[in-house]
Design a protein around this ligand. Structure first.
Ligand SMILES: [Cu+2]
Length: 237
């Protein structure tokens, strides 16, 4: 009888440990809440007039009291020294989970506050897949920037296994100069980047930064392998 009880207790402890670990891991990998592009008019395109929607994003070099990051300092409960590590991670804000309308022109406006990290290939310094192949950088229309001026990229691609329309878009995010002084909010004056693209049928895509802005192997570890910082989902609805 005693032995049976011991077995039951041992198994229960095992179940609790496994369930606890699964919960901790899924919590750590949780995606931020979706933000939605707002329809604000119509835009003329080669396919005729389409609804136009706008989405505002920001890119910060690190978290702060005002910009706490996708899950604050929640990692501190999982790994003690993760707090200081995450504080220095760059991030897209206010969310990396984006919703945009189908069969529309979507304009993404980005305020970019981070310094440069040269991408591993010049391809990522050029604009790909926008409406007219350009993006505007502080109001100036360009087809690309210098590789050494790239801070991050915003790159949408497709889940390869599904039958949804192909989307490929990549826009380099212009860096703030290294010697730029911080303003009252603790961040320098941002670069303003704007680009537009035409959406097709509804689908689920992923996007990520293709600039080696992380740490560890070739700059693609750390923040680049975490969810909700330099990558996310984009739903065309
Ligand atoms: Cu990045």
């Amino acid at each position: 009888m005693k032995r049976a009880l011991l077995t039951v207790v041992t198994v229960l402890i095992g179940v609790l440990i496994v369930a606890g670990s699964v919960m901790a891991l899924s919590w750590a990998q949780e995606e931020p809440a979706f933000i939605e592009a707002k329809i604000d008019g119509t835009a003329s395109t080669p396919q005729g007039d389409l609804p136009h929607a706008t989405l505002d994003l920001e890119i910060y070099p690190n978290t702060s009291a005002e910009i706490p990051g996708p899950r604050g300092f929640v990692n501190s409960t999982i790994e003690n020294n993760a707090v200081t590590q995450e504080e220095s991670w760059p991030l897209y804000w206010p969310s990396t989970s984006l919703k945009v309308p189908a069969h529309s022109v979507v304009t993404i406006r980005v305020k970019q506050y981070d310094n440069a990290t040269t991408p591993l290939n010049r391809f990522w310094a050029d604009v790909h897949g926008t409406m007219d192949g350009t993006a505007t950088y502080n109001g100036q229309k360009l087809t690309g920037i210098k590789p050494e001026q790239v801070a991050h990229t915003f790159t949408i691609h497709q889940y390869p296994e599904s039958g949804q329309p192909t989307v490929f878009l990549s826009v380099p995010m212009l860096a703030v100069p290294n010697n730029a002084k911080n303003e009252a909010n603790g961040y320098p004056k941002p670069q303003v980047i704007e680009f537009s693209f035409v959406t097709g049928d509804p689908g689920e895509y992923v996007w990520n930064c293709e600039d080696p802005c992380g740490d560890s192997y070739q700059g693609f570890g750390g923040v680049m392998q975490a969810r909700g910082w330099m990558s996310g989902k984009i739903e065309v609805v």
